[in-house]
Design a protein around this ligand. Sequence first.
Ligand code: C2E
Ligand code: MG
Ligand code: MG
Ligand code: MG
Length: 288
Amino acid sequence: RAKSAGGNRFELADPEADARAITRHGLTTALPTALERGEFFIEYQPLVHLGDGSVRGAEALVRWLHPQHGVLGPDRFIPLAEHTGLIVPLGRWVLEQSVRQAREWRELHGGVEALGPLRINVNLSPCQLTHPGLVQDTVDILERTGVAPDALCLEVTESALIGADDDLLKPLRRLAEMGVDIALDDFGTGYSNLANLRRLPVSILKLDRSFTQSMQQFPADPVDLKIVEGIVSLAHSLDLAVTVEGVETGAQAEQLRILGCDTAQGWYYARPGPPERLHELALVDATG
Ligand code: C2E
Ligand code: MG
Ligand code: MG
Ligand code: MG
């Protein structure tokens, strides 16, 4: 596609970049109708207790079933939704669906004594944090569904909270006071000041996949082991639980368990999948 001479200084054609831009533009303009037409869906990935291997909950991960492009992962459209503001209604939709799903699991599992209530983790984008409706929307959703606040965990990335002032933290504090857990997602990638953790109303650290990857080799790099060990002991001394992302092998799981991590998530246990799958995994796990 030839660019008009007016606005663009670069005349050289780069077909691939152009195609990417067209898709980005196309996706961006399709986002609002996609939400109206119900093209988004949620997959759930189990969160597993490293001590006893039991399924404790799940993280909700949104996908877009695009009529032309097929299933798109969140990395393809969340940034676009953030840019246009659609992330606020989309994020609210994800929250409501996920909390409803958590209630459904609880009802399904009501008769199974060995099963505790499954918890639900939902990702929040920085734009949702600054949106004034966050606390009220969350309260409304929990009330409408009858799900207890302590069954919900909201995941906020470390980078979204770096240098956060009190105004940004206020809604999170309110939610934490209500009993909602706040998790610091992708922890260890944002170069945040560890001492800063004390200010944040978080109760869970989600250690980024890059740490898990470094546990791939056996024996793992001793420096990496020391770093994870240090993070875990600091987290525990601040009363924070540690969840690890991206566990792909049994060896990694074992290493991370020995290092004191509490909960794990990754392909080793299960890929993200439909809600029925999570239900089955939890049942098999509890009933043997
Ligand atoms: P995240 O919150 O850090 O989610 C974990 C990502 O790691 C997911 O990618 C998951 O599918 C992937 N993953 C899980 N286990 C493994 C593993 O063993 N190996 C590898 N290589 N990957 C694994 P996904 O689903 O593509 O989501 C990417 C990111 O998109 C999420 O990262 C989250 O930041 C964002 N996201 C997803 N759903 C939502 C949402 O509803 N709202 C917002 N704001 N962001 C979302
Ligand atoms: Mg997450
Ligand atoms: Mg994460
Ligand atoms: Mg991550």
